[in-house]
Design a protein around this ligand. Sequence first.
Ligand code: KG4
Ligand code: ZN
Length: 337
Amino acid sequence: MVVLGIESSCDECAASIVEDGRIIHSNVIATQLDLHQPYQGVVPEIASRLHTEWIQSVAMQSLDEAGMTVGDLDAAAASNRPGLVGSLLVGLSFVKGLAFSLDIPFIGVDHVRAHLYAPHLEQDIPYPYLGLLVSGGHTVISIVRGFDDIEVLGTTIDDACGEAFDKVAKFYHFGYPGGIAIDKLAKNGDPKAFNFPSANLHKGNHDYDFSYSGLKTAAVNQLDQFWNRDYEKTPENIAASFQKRAIAMLVKKLKKAIKDTGINRVVAGGGVSANSYLREELTKLYQVETYYPSLLLCTDNAAMIAGIAYQYLKRGDRDDLSLNASARVPSFKRRYP
Ligand code: KG4
Ligand code: ZN
């Protein structure tokens, strides 16, 4: 089954042709990065306008690169949640129109689930596993028992992990997007230069939850308070110290989840799973199988949309033209909706 996937939830306008949920015939990603760069962050109005202008040529390019025409498509899919609603609507409306005119099925898929599906495009990964989804919008640790069966153990109570990277980088003018800039700078820095705090959520039932706003505030507003004066206060040292603490928080919860559930297989996805230090730390986990997608499939792409869509379509799921986009999903706790 040949599926066209469209991803437009944020600032990447992407289209991909994937066969049988696994064979990637094309994976086009038109990034809006340069156009949001002056604002050091994604401007929703600019994002949705650019998606409107680009979507058709991006989709046509994905067909060209696959050596196919619209007549070869068996189905079409788009991410319809969560994300910037104006941006999501562009991809969703495009796919609805295309599916209607070609009289083929279409389906809207969840962007978060699609990120966790991304490594399945490249490798055979048995279920169950612990899924670590770390991106600009989400920080989720979950038990994944099937492509659509996710039990959320914990999530962020404030900023997402990637968001903290982006905000720290923005404040210090390290570069945009922030995660990549910090990852690069950190390679030449000493993580002992600043002893940033890690949040301990004592109150309530927060065994697997994360909090990144304290770390972000410490790095931005209280730098001197955590400075080890034997070291220079360089961008490299700030980046390395921040990154070390941000990743340590993820690894700590992951280790607890491995111990508590007895599941010793971990799959990471989302933009922050491209982080070189996180990858190093994951491979160090004792007797734990770790998987993550190649760099191109970590950040937003449409191959993950077409890939997971195939799994839904194969079991007979279809959406109708009344399907809407939504900025959020109802709940991130326990069984994922
Ligand atoms: O998955 P993604 O493309 O979009 C969302 O769904 O949010 O993730 C983007 C996030 C941004 O916060 C970006 O700074 C972060 O992923 N990111 C990284 C790295 N590459 C991208 N964070 C840390 N290290 C990286 N190498
Ligand atoms: Zn994403």
